[in-house]
Design a protein around this ligand. Structure first.
Ligand code: ADP
Ligand code: MG
Length: 323
């Protein structure tokens, strides 16, 4: 069983139902109703040494990253971050390590006016779990399942940089420090699209954050919404630094299948595209239209009229499907 089957079978299927749970297990974050004026949005994510980051990872970057991936889940719901808690498992109590970790964590918490209100500190393998709480106006959360056929699909920023950074770190024996390369920096210091996500309230019909790769996460949004899509390979933004280091094909592979970018993928009805472009023009990260949703459930990537088949996990199998 994969993690999703485990969650579905042993947690989602057994979870108690309550009227005030608006969005439960299965989206980027949960949405619960407190009173008539606000809904509370809750997300939690863990980082474990050896699974999510290599041993010897810089403490300051880890502090940033464990909060950033959680804020990204709030961003994907269009929520405003408010509070967070931090559960930290440490192999030893090095004050210098914790000092740097905390500095990275708090700097990002300050940026998004998020208060650390509790947590837990224990001895164990290096791991951190953050829970974030945010708010949306009642009914305003942007779920994964709201897309309809005929809507435009957009992505923020430029995907694939974090994966290229990670590849750079494993390729180069002397591990490059975050400040030496824009790509490595993107892996360690993802920028959660909090302001962008909030601004998409009333514009986007469905949204997801890209943690596992553009193709995989876009497909999740489409599946949840019960639609398919025609996507344009030629529209994908590829980082110049990634092309320089790895060549065009590999850079495109990172952009499509590489994870850890924490950009947003969302759908917009035609009549709201003018407003989206007006709002998006003010964002540093930019936006790119990558295709349109369709009632046919297939997810098809085309380039110059030719159809490409994409395997969920590997660009090696990124063979042409004919046509
Ligand atoms: P994401 O990649 O957005 O962090 P996950 O893949 O971790 O999401 O989880 C998928 C969904 O399952 C989310 O809604 C998450 O809250 C939920 N989930 C994951 N693990 C558990 C668990 N042990 N119990 C209940 N819900 C869980
Ligand atoms: Mg997510």
């Amino acid at each position: 069983m994969d993690e999703f089957e485990l969650i579905e079978r042993f947690f989602a299927a057994r979870a108690r139902a309550r009227d005030d749970v608006r969005v439960g297990i299965g989206d980027d974050a949960a949405v619960t109703r407190i009173d008539a004026n606000a809904e509370l949005v809750i997300a939690t994510d863990s980082l474990v040494e050896g699974t999510h980051f290599p041993a010897g990872a810089p403490a300051h970057a880890l502090g940033h990253r464990c909060l950033a991936v959680n804020l990204s889940d709030l961003a994907a719901m269009g929520a405003q971050p408010l509070w967070c808690t931090l559960a930290l498992s440490l192999p030893d109590g090095s004050a210098q390590w914790v000092d740097e970790f905390s500095a990275g964590f708090m700097a990002l918490a300050d940026t998004y006016d998020t208060a650390l209100v509790g947590g837990d500190t224990v001895r164990g393998p290096l791991a951190m779990t953050v829970t974030v709480h945010g708010r949306v106006a009642p009914g305003a959360a942007i779920r994964r399942d709201g897309a309809a056929p005929g809507q435009a699909i957009y992505v923020t920023g430029c995907t694939g940089q974090a994966a290229a950074g990670l590849a750079l770190m494993s390729r180069d024996e002397e591990r490059p420090a975050p400040e030496t390369s824009q790509l490595v920096e993107r892996f360690w210091y993802p920028a959660p699209r909090v302001g962008e996500g909030r601004a998409l309230s009333g514009i986007a019909t469905a949204m997801i954050d890209i943690s596992d790769g553009l193709h995989v996460d876009a497909s999740r949004l489409l599946r949840a919404s019960g639609v398919g899509a025609q996507l344009d390979l030629g529209s994908i933004r590829v980082a110049a630094a990634a092309v320089e280091q790895f060549g065009r094909d590999r850079a495109l592979e990172f952009a499509l299948l590489g994870g850890d970018d924490y950009e947003l993928c969302f759908t917009v009805p035609t009549e709201r595209e003018v407003e989206l472009r007006r709002v998006g023009a003010t964002w540093d990260c930019g936006i790119t239209c990558i295709g349109r949703t369709e009632s046919d459930l297939q997810v098809t990537w085309t380039e110059g009229g030719r159809v490409h088949a994409i395997d969920d996990t590997s660009f090696r199998h990124f063979a042409e499907a004919g046509k």
